[in-house]
Design a protein around this ligand. Structure first.
Ligand code: ATP
Ligand code: MG
Length: 697
């Protein structure tokens, strides 16, 4: 064996030495050259914190070290953050194994989210599937707007009984696509109150699909659906399947039927396929994910899958694991597993009873600072919540005390109207046929309303050169001066005079005066759009920027004082959904009360309630050393009923019944007022009665 090869074998052995036997088995499955190559697909199914993602990262490194071409490795996961985490970890191990020292680890070109990779493949194969290559991607907000527009055009807004809102229509449409079910079934199961609209909804969805085609746009669901359709064509399926030797999927429990079908068509015999997941952490059924995928995986491919389970948890202390195990033991069908650890305990997890959300915020802020005093950096602490809006009180409290934080989850940054305005301009420049972007941006110009905007877009639609049609378009006299300015900027953006990202700055310069005019709090908003332009500089081209941003919105919403600097310490605030796959030394979970977990809006069916249980499980298993569950006695719920908002006197979540609560340390805050200690009656110095009597003796 050459010295070089010996070195790399030794380094690989070193890297694998830290793994336990089961993890090593999984890493080496089918790649151990000494054993006969094993063609079975591999399923690693294991509980939280058992090293699934680590194992996947080591497997990637091992494959590359044994000669696999990184260009031919496809790594898929659910969210952009998870994808980043996964490729970083794999890169890190790989650098060690390849002996690269402090050099930048080799990047994995095909690591990403299902949607992101889908978009790339659709663009690559556009010509072969009859798609125009310069399609734009609609995010959820854009898709809703288009749905709203089509709904209006079909006259469905003027119906006597209220037709479902555009957001509901899109949710129904999306669920049909992602579950591959029929509209009838989806309505009956998930949207029974809309069942009477089946016919008009069908018409609406047909027209919506037409509108997307006419405008050359795809929405999120199309990215999966398009990939799935592409794979239905045997020649293309073979080409795509042949392009990747290994396909590795993390968080498999959150894939939907389309994603499972894509994998089946990519690797029908299962050879080279690795899936990793935990059925107990499946929390995305509202997007069509189905826990059946992981339960059925073993029998779905040419060869039955090899299953590796991992039971040792490396993340949490035993008391944290105990309460998490108890919580999930109450769930229905699942791969049974009980996690254990030998990590020393740092006390019991706490159940903290506070009077209301304001006091909850105070307690959490106090505790976070106390942990910091005790040596925990803010970054190693997180506060998790069910819904993005639940952190409002805490955000205010943190701002008041100057505790820096970053918030993940929710798409606030991109949902902000000013961010949408600027993006609309860039999108409209990218794709002159994108009516929605155009509709939005030209109406920023005073004197141009929906009628003129529609006239302009129609003119551009029919013109052979849409850019020229815009230049020669006649606007109402009041708008003329500003129009000329806009047309010049548009031409500059279209003909690529300014190279990217100068392009984005040009757009920003045009937009800023409008921002000032339109918003009272322009200063705060300005910081956001400037941030957007800074982000833009990190992308190679406008097209790449727009595609990436729509697919993977930056989920950090800056607080009002602006995003903290990279090397600064800050607390993490996150929805539980966005916290998946991550870990912190200390974790606070807000509002662990009925009405929130399970959510009032999710108590429809037993399955929905089970998903809420898993959500709490995901939250609790993020903690390494300290876990605090907060139980406000009074919890504010926005009821969607005619009664309006109201206060609810909530109780601790039903998922932790009284007898399970005993495993927690109970903290009542503020502590009940103490009674003054009982003072023993003083010893009498004199006996007055006796003295008074004495006078008469
Ligand atoms: P989740 O279900 O939350 O996604 P996971 O199963 O993917 O969790 P990882 O995030 O890979 O778990 O690992 C959890 C923690 O355990 C990480 O800090 C990781 O570095 C550590 N870990 C994993 N395997 C080992 C090991 N063999 N020895 C020591 N630490 C380990
Ligand atoms: Mg993981």
């Amino acid at each position: 064996m050459s010295a070089l090869l010996e070195d790399s074998t030794r380094r690989l052995q070193d890297a694998l030495a830290g793994l336990n036997a089961d993890q090593r088995e999984a890493v080496l499955h089918g790649v151990d050259t000494e054993a006969q190559a094993d063609p079975r697909p591999l399923l690693i199914v294991a509980g939280a914190g058992s090293g699934k993602t680590s194992t996947l990262a080591h497997r990637v490194a091992c494959l590359v070290a044994k000669g696999a071409d990184p260009q031919r490795l496809l790594l898929l996961t659910f969210s952009r953050r998870a994808a980043q985490e996964m490729s970083q970890r794999a890169g890190h191990v790989l650098a060690k194994v390849l002996g690269l020292g402090s050099q930048t680890p080799p990047s994995l070109p095909w690591a990403g989210t299902f949607h992101g990779i889908g978009a790339r493949l659709l663009r690559d194969y556009a010509a072969q599937i009859g798609l125009s290559e310069n399609f734009t991607i609609h995010d959820r907000g854009d898709a809703e707007d288009l749905m709203g527009l089509v709904r209006h055009e079909l006259g469905l807004t003027g119906t006597e009984k209220r037709f479902p809102l555009k957001s509901t229509c899109l949710s129904i449409y999306s669920r049909v696509v992602n579950t591959q079910g029929s509209l009838h079934e989806v309505l009956a199961q998930a949207f029974p109150w809309c069942a009477e609209w089946e016919e008009p909804l069908k018409r609406l969805f047909g027209a919506y699909v037409e509108a997307k085609g006419a405008q050359n746009v795809l929405d999120y669901d199309d990215l999966l659906l398009g990939w799935h359709e592409m794979m239905a064509e045997p020649t293309l399926a073979a080409q795509l399947g042949g392009r990747f030797d290994h396909v590795l999927v993390d968080e498999y429990q959150d894939t939907n039927r389309l994603q499972a079908a894509i994998l089946q068509r990519l690797k029908p015999d299962g050879c080279g396929l690795t899936a990793v997941g935990d059925d107990a952490q499946s929390i995305y059924s509202f997007r069509g994910a189905t826990v059946r995928n992981i339960l059925d995986f073993p029998a779905q491919f040419g060869a039955p899958a090899r299953i590796v389970t991992l039971e040792r948890n490396y993340r949490s202390t035993q008391p944290i694991l105990d309460v998490s195990n108890t919580l999930i033991a109450g769930a229905g069908e699942r791969h049974a597993k009980r996690l254990w650890t030998d990590k020393p305990s740092a006390g019991r997890p706490q159940l903290v009873l506070v009077p209301d959300e304001a006091q909850q915020a105070r307690w959490v802020a106090d505790r976070v600072l106390a942990h910091r005093e005790g040596g925990l950096r803010l970054k190693s602490q997180a506060v998790l919540f069910r819904t993005s809006s639940h952190s409002a009180a805490l955000e205010l409290e943190l701002a008041r005390r100057n505790i820096p934080f970053v918030k993940f989850g929710g798409l606030k940054f991109l949902e902000a109207s000013h961010v949408k305005d600027l993006l609309a301009l860039l999108r409209f420049a990218q794709n002159p046929k994108g009516r929605q972007a155009g509709f939005r941006v030209v109406q920023l110009i005073p004197g141009i309303g929906p009628v003129t905007a529609t006239r302009l877009l129609d003119a551009m639609d029919t013109a052979s050169d849409p850019g020229a049609a815009l230049q020669s378009f006649a606007v109402p006299s009041g708008a003329r001066e500003q129009w000329v300015e806009f047309a010049a900027v548009y031409a500059g953006l279209r003909n690529g005079q300014a190279a990217w990202p100068a392009d984005a700055e040009l757009a920003l310069r045009w937009y800023l005066p409008h921002l000032e005019r339109l918003h009272e709090d322009a200063a705060v908003r300005r910081a956001d759009v400037e941030q957007l332009v800074r982000l833009a500089a990190g992308y190679a081209s406008r097209e790449a920027f727009l595609a990436e941003l729509t697919l993977d919105p930056p989920d950090a919403t800056s607080d009002r004082s602006g995003p903290p600097l990279l090397d600064e310490d800050y607390l993490i605030l996150s929805t539980i959904h966005s916290a998946k796959g991550q870990e912190w030394s200390s974790v606070h979970v807000l509002n662990v009360v009925d009405g929130c977990m399970p959510s009032d809006l999710a108590t429809g069916s037993a399955e929905e309630i089970e998903e809420e249980r898993r959500l709490l499980y995901v939250a609790m298993t993020r903690a390494r050393d300290h876990l605090h569950l907060l139980v406000p006695q009074r919890f504010y719920v926005t009821q969607q009923s005619a009664r309006g908002d109201r206060h609810l006197y909530a109780g601790r979540t039903r998922f932790i019944p009284a007898q399970d609560a005993k495993a927690f340390e109970e903290v009542v805050w503020p502590p009940p007022p103490e009674r003054p200690p009982a003072v023993p009656p003083p010893q009498a110095a004199i006996d007055l009665r006796n003295r008074l009597r004495a006078a008469w003796r």
